[in-house]
Design a protein around this ligand. Structure first.
Ligand code: GLA
Length: 750
């Protein structure tokens, strides 16, 4: 890995053998992007990929050209990466190259911006390019970090007003990326509550296309990530790009096709409802975007994003630790519980093999329903007469860890906090405040509010032995306005709110470094790379139905690692869909995520308890591969009739792999099927054990890695047998009926 500077050609080449980015100072001082993507040879100048002399009418530097920092008003009529308004109201600034630095490692981003990091100078190199707009005194610093072992570049932009007059930043993208053609399809991840991150794959056409959020959080509706793929790119072959934004608030992610057939990708803070004044001497920094390139298909792209997010965005004691199997009481009790019932559930959970008990919403204030008490973070003496500490200690004495739900950014109108501080909620004075889930949002742009909540939640976490926190956020922001910001700074509000959230995360994670944080927002409404810097796992979706989860976890896996995706087995009929899927099927899906249960374990029959015990044992034995292995998508629930899904996880050295195949509805007279797998050692032999329930596996067979990858695992049709199932020739229960699955455990033989 290195960043080469060629002073004669005025070119930088960021390269690591996996990807190359070539940038140049163009003849007029602008910053050009000559190449990004496939690795190119070092020691060569690539100026010929840049602008050619073109005396036409299109723009000042020549024919359509890749620009690393496009601004408006100078003849490049595509969407800009940066718009700054000068004191005279003009929006014409012309950043020209001033200086650059090549640094070993990766400097942190200023303030509270979450960002990827390097643990030492050998892991990454960073290029910082300073650009100046002389008339205004605007100084820009574009930062690009290339990681040694991944085809990933982290990009962000800082700006400082070194001039005499006020400037206003109107658009500040974290990244733009100019690609020389438009032969791409755009994939975004969209949905709604309970059906988050469904891949939406479409051709790109002239003009702009993309997604964004103006909800004050990244949202269930669209994710701050996107993929560009060649039309011929598949999971296992072909070129593609992925971009994720390390930011949990309003965002924009889009692709623009220009009139000469070029593509400009941009991702960053949503420019609408945004304006950041820069007084003389002031500075501003954008969040970070991570851009990954793959020449080997979509699963390889995802694997790179998973690596950077799991190992160099997540941090703290829990980053690399085995994540505990948890049981959350929410769907088991909702608000209806007390000390005795929780202890009984915890005891039953312990008997299942669960390692962490999580007490969800309803433990504080007088919270018998979702219309009150948010903000009053004191245990409800009616439900918990001995206090939270006593409950936590009792649960822990059973040999479990203890976790707690909070929703610190919210307040109910019916709460002591709101009665004491009605001015602490978001809203425009004199106007209606929209309630959602009967609650209001606290003004986290006001540091006094963050201080108060840090104190109140800090007291809760210090007052009881708490190992885990589920941090929820159950409504979007309406009437965005902070009474503490002056009128000309209201455009900062949304950013300042998100920075306030990060400030509370910083305080709590610093004060309680042993706590495992899981972020949540009505399920997956803030499932983004920014949150992963504070909370290494997130509740993927409130939809716990296993069939729906196949689609949700498939879509989420484009950007996010399995170690970040909370996935629970819940009761049937499922509370979101009413579907009744078998217990083992539900578990086989949830294991491809951070595994847990969300039901009342005291309501399980003896048979179900025994089944659950087997599931937990199965998962615990394979957890390191499942949580840290390389994930590959094999068969998509979004293709064909969506009846089948398959995916797998393999250890980095190919010695162990877990492959899952799911069939939702059985078909009569099914044919014999083959499922080719990936990431094995083609020269090795593997012991292959197939589980169609967690009761007992089929007899282990031996197969070559070459065969398993080239031909595939056998998905055998069920033998003819009596209706209602039975025992097959090999003495094991055969797969018959709806909701069948096969889990293959592959071990390399010595
Ligand atoms: C949200 C979460 C759920 C649960 C409830 C509690 O909807 O996503 O998991 O915690 O809040 O009110």
């Amino acid at each position: 890995m290195s960043i080469d500077w060629d002073p004669a050609a005025r070119e930088w080449h960021l390269r690591n053998g996996l990807t190359s980015w070539v940038l140049a100072v163009l003849p007029n001082g602008w910053l050009g992007q000559l190449h990004a993507g496939a690795p190119l040879a070092a020691g060569t100048a690539y100026g010929h990929l840049g602008p050619r002399d073109f005396r036409g009418f299109d723009n000042r530097v020549g024919e359509p050209v890749g620009l690393a920092l496009p601004v408006p008003g100078l003849g490049d009529f595509r969407v800009p990466g940066l718009v700054v308004e000068a004191a005279d109201g003009s929006q014409v600034v012309e950043p020209r190259y001033a200086a650059h630095r090549i640094l070993a490692g990766k400097p942190p981003l200023p303030g509270l911006l979450p960002a990827s990091y390097a643990e030492d100078g050998a892991e990454a190199d960073t290029l910082e390019v300073d650009l100046r707009d002389e008339p205004t005194g605007l100084l820009l610093t574009l930062s690009l970090t290339i990681f040694r072992d991944l085809p990933v570049v982290a990009r962000s932009l800082r700006m400082a007003n070194l001039g005499p007059a006020r400037l206003v930043v109107r658009t500040a993208m974290s990244a733009t990326l100019d690609l020389p053609d438009d032969d791409w399809r755009l994939v975004t991840f969209s949905g709604a509550w309970a059906r988050e991150r469904m891949p939406v794959d479409r051709p790109i056409v002239p003009g702009r296309q993309g997604v964004g959020s103006l909800r004050g959080g990244s949202g269930n509706e669209h994710n701050p990530s996107l993929v560009l793929r060649r039309p011929w790119t598949t999971e296992s072959a072909g070129e593609c790009w992925g971009a994720v934004l390390a930011w949990s608030g309003n965002f924009l992610a889009e692709a623009e096709v220009g009139h000469f057939g070029t593509t400009r990708l941009r991702i960053g803070l949503h420019p609408e409802q945004f304006a950041w004044p820069l007084e003389p001497g002031a500075s501003f920094a954008t969040p970070e975007a991570l851009l990954a390139w793959s020449g080997g298909g979509l699963s390889a792209l995802s694997a790179s994003l998973h690596e950077i997010l799991r190992r160099r965005m997540a941090r703290g004691a829990w980053r690399d630790a085995d994540r505990p199997v948890l049981l959350n009481n929410w769907e088991g009790t909702y608000f209806d519980f007390d000390h005795e019932r929780i202890v009984a559930m915890a005891r039953a959970a312990r008997a299942m093999g669960v390692e962490l008990f999580v007490l969800d919403d309803g433990w504080f204030g007088a919270r018998d329903s979702d219309d009150r008490s948010l903000g009053d973070w004191v245990a409800d003496p009616r439900k918990l007469p001995h206090g939270l500490g006593a409950l936590a200690r009792e649960v822990r004495s059973l040999g479990l860890l203890f976790g707690l739900w909070i929703e610190p950014e919210m307040v109910s109108a019916d709460s002591d906090l709101f009665r004491a501080h009605p001015d602490w909620t978001i809203g425009v004075p004199g106007r209606h405040r929209t309630e959602s889930r009967q609650q209001l949002v606290l003004d986290f742009a006001n540091p006094a509010v963050v201080d108060h909540i840090a104190g109140a939640i800090g007291e809760v976490l210090a007052g009881a032995p708490i190992d885990y926190v589920k941090w929820d956020w159950n409504r979007f922001i309406t009437e965005p306005f902070s009474p503490t910001l002056p009128p000309d700074r209201q455009g900062e509000f949304s950013c300042r709110y998100t920075l306030g959230v990060y400030d509370l995360y910083r305080r709590l994670t610093e004060r309680f470094p042993h706590i495992l944080f899981e972020s949540c927002a009505s399920g997956g409404a803030r499932f983004d790379a920014g949150m992963l810097a504070w909370a290494p796992q997130a509740w993927t979706s409130d939809d716990t139905d296993a069939v729906e989860r196949l689609r949700i976890q498939w879509g989420s896996s484009f950007a996010y690692p399995l170690s970040s995706m909370g996935a629970h087995v819940s009761a049937v009929p499922n509370h979101q869909t009413g579907r009744t899927a078998p217990l083992d099927f539900r578990a086989a899906v949830a294991m491809f995520g951070v595994f847990g249960y969300e039901l009342d374990p005291t309501a399980l029959s003896a048979d179900e308890l025994a089944a659950v015990r087997r599931q937990v044992a199965f998962y615990a034995e394979r957890r390191q591969v499942l949580q840290r292995g390389r994930f590959t998508r094999l068969r998509s629930p979004f293709e064909g009739d969506g009846n089948e899904t398959a995916w797998m996880v393999a250890s980095a050295d190919g010695s162990r792999a877990i492959v899952a195949h799911y069939r939702v509805l059985q078909r009569p007279w099914p044919h014999r099927d083959r499922l080719p797998v990936r990431g094995l050692d083609p020269r090795a032999r593997y012991a292959v054990t197939c589980w169609t329930s967690f009761e007992a596996p089929m007899p282990t067979v031996e197969r070559g890695g070459d065969e398993l990858m080239a031909v595939g695992l056998g998905i055998e049709p069920p033998d003819p047998m009596p209706a209602g199932g039975g025992t097959g020739a090999d003495g094991h229960r055969l797969v018959r009926g709806d909701f069948s699955f096969r889990l293959f455990d592959l071990r390399r033989l010595p």
